[in-house]
Design a protein around this ligand. Structure first.
Ligand code: FES
Length: 577
């Protein structure tokens, strides 16, 4: 590194000072054992860690952080690990999504406030990935994402079981009386048997794939299991590479271009990824100043086939995906069909095509050829109509083909509480041709837009053998879930969207082929209902939840807070003395 480049390091605004403040900055860090030469022009690398005992998916992150640290030291950098909010999907109430934007603020401000030249983001459980990417994008330093990796596959009574996906199916079987409570408990221990995040192609694995497809992570980031030694190799290589990225001034905004997001959207379709990625990619793009819209998802994903046979859409798990070749094999297939922006820059300094052009596929049952795809035309579809003027999403690869064009009678639940209260009422007027409608579960209505869109089916229909129905809501759905489920209806009911006006007995038509969602109620009647509509009582009068409800954008804009969209970069903040 040249003397000029050393002097221009952002961290030198703290550490190169030969005055009272320079004494403060160096002296207090020296209490951890850092000698003087650490402060003399070495790139300072923040290791942004979401380790927490309250977030089991990220419980191994202290080990990963150590391997990143070794890599930074290998390359002559100065690693400093720091904690940020960790969002554990399974334990946080009311929903981890409520806190995604809060965590993103934490990340952004932590990066900007400290003497950092580059950052490595350690991410795993669902919301930790978008939160860290959003915050880091607004701060815009050289940045590498390192995912924690998926768990080993669950194995129950000799069969693979997938996190989330088999919880949903087994809980339905329990309600239908098809499994015992003892079997249920046995499966709990068999499912989550190693470190790592959900090993289905749920939201965590989808977002780890987005990290790689966007070019923010090193090749193979998406699928190496958490407990495979190669996950630690990748962390070490990221530690080495981030030091060079600082020297090259390769900031995040040079990587997160519109082309990169187009690659991510096509990849999302090719892996049959989670609908949650739609909201998260829109939010990250908003931070990057990239004009991404819901229609981009439909346009770019429309002709893409689902190439990977992974739960929840298929049968295999992330461990199988890695052994079959992982995401590089999928990206190569897309590139060979002209479906990849080959020149998009990645964190290793190479265009994405250079990283994947010779990527092998070792198992075509797991990663299928484009000509014989696991599921054809499986990109996330964007629906519009008088029920969702600003859009709604459905994941065709996880839906039932026979329900993709369906008209049915609405059975409406005004709140999630009402759903839980009435769903197993034997007198509920519902059959398998009906369309279940759930209101007030969007960003403002829940608040936080919980993953409740895949409503449980009525017990009396489960007993009849019904396993899917059309369901419509302004909520999200777990990436591990499945079914003919229309999500993210915008505007949401709590914001006065047309969803708020649906009544039980109304007819609704879902036509995925035509991308439409239509409520068969005439405009005059809807106006009449609107005049009588009262907004729900706000859930929060103070604190972060109030800030969130007052400022959250709708799902079609990524559900970020309105004042967080965009980036400020990392100007050195003023001295405090
Ligand atoms: Fe953490 Fe699924 S609960 S990734």
């Amino acid at each position: 590194m040249t003397e000029d480049r050393k002097r221009s390091l952002r961290s030198q605004a703290w550490f190169a000072r030969q005055d009272k403040m320079g004494f403060y900055y160096r002296s207090f860090l020296k209490n951890s054992g850092f000698p003087q030469d650490q402060f003399e022009g070495r790139p300072v690398i923040g290791i942004c860690n979401t380790w927490s005992e309250l977030n089991p998916c990220n419980s191994h992150f202290r080990t990963i952080a150590e391997h990143v640290r070794y890599g930074v030291l290998d390359a002559g950098g100065f690693p400093l690990e720091f904690p940020v909010s960790s969002l554990g999907e399974v334990t946080m109430r009311p929903t981890a999504m409520l806190f995604r934007n809060l965590a993103a603020m934490d990340v952004e401000e932590a990066i900007r406030a400290h003497p950092l030249d580059g950052v490595v983001l350690l991410m795993g459980c669902d919301k930790t990935t978008p939160a860290l990417l959003m915050g880091a994008t607004s701060a815009d330093l050289p940045t590498i994402g390192v995912s924690g990796g998926p768990q080993l596959r669950g194995v129950y009574r000799g069969k693979s079981i997938g996190s989330g996906t088999n919880i949903i199916s087994m809980s339905e079987q329990l309600r239908a009386g098809e499994v015992t409570l003892q079997e249920f408990h046995e499966a709990e221990g068999a499912m989550n048997r190693s470190h790592g995040h959900c090993m289905t192609m749920g939201t965590a694995s989808t977002m780890a794939s987005m990290v790689e497809a966007l070019g923010v992570g090193l090749p193979e980031n998406a699928a190496i299991p958490a407990t495979d030694a190669r996950r630690n190799h990748l962390a070490r290589m990221a530690g080495r590479r981030i030091v060079d990225m600082v020297r090259e001034d390769l900031v995040l905004s040079k990587i997160l271009t519109h082309q990169a997001f187009e690659n991510a959207i096509r990849t999302l379709a090719a892996i049959g990824g989670s609908t949650n990625a739609v909201v998260h990619l829109l939010a990250i793009a908003g931070r990057a100043g990239v004009d991404l819209t819901l229609d981009d998802f439909d346009r770019l994903g429309r002709d893409i086939h689902c190439l990977v046979d992974l739960m929840p859409s298929g049968q295999f798990l992330m461990e199988d995906f890695y052994y079959a070749g992982g995401l590089p094999a999928v990206l190569r297939t897309l590139g060979e069909r002209g479906l990849l922006n080959k020149g998009a820059l990645t964190v290793n300094g190479q265009p994405i095509w250079e990283n994947v052009r010779e990527a092998p596929c070792w198992n075509s049952a797991v990663i299928t050829p484009f000509e014989e795809p696991f599921k054809p035309d499986a990109g996330i579809a964007i629906l519009r109509g008088n029920l969702a003027p600003n859009g709604a999403v459905i994941k065709p690869s996880a839906a039932s083909p026979e329900l993709m064009n369906h008209t049915g009678r609405a059975v409406v639940f005004e709140t999630i509480e009402e759903l839980h209260e009435r769903i197993d009422d034997e007198d509920l007027d519902i059959d398998e041709t009906c369309i279940m409608v759930l209101k007030n579960c969007g960003p403002k209505g829940y608040p936080g837009m919980a993953e409740v869109g895949n409503m449980p089916l009525p017990q009396k229909l489960l007993r009849k053998g019904v396993r899917d129905m059309v369901r419509i809501s302004d909520a999200r759905m777990s990436g591990t879930a499945y079914g003919t489920v229309v999500l993210h209806v915008a505007p949401e009911a709590a914001a006065g969207g047309p969803l708020a006006l649906v009544q039980s007995g109304d007819l609704i038509t879902l036509n995925v082929q035509e991308r439409s969602l239509h409520l068969h109620v005439d405009a005059a009647e809807l106006e009449h209902r609107r005049a009588a509509w009262m907004p729900p009582t706000p859930h929060a009068e103070r604190g972060y939840a109030k800030l969130y409800v007052d400022h959250v954008l709708q799902a079609d804009k990524g559900a970020d807070l309105d004042f967080l969209v965009g980036r400020t970069g990392s100007p050195v903040p003023r001295d405090n003395h």
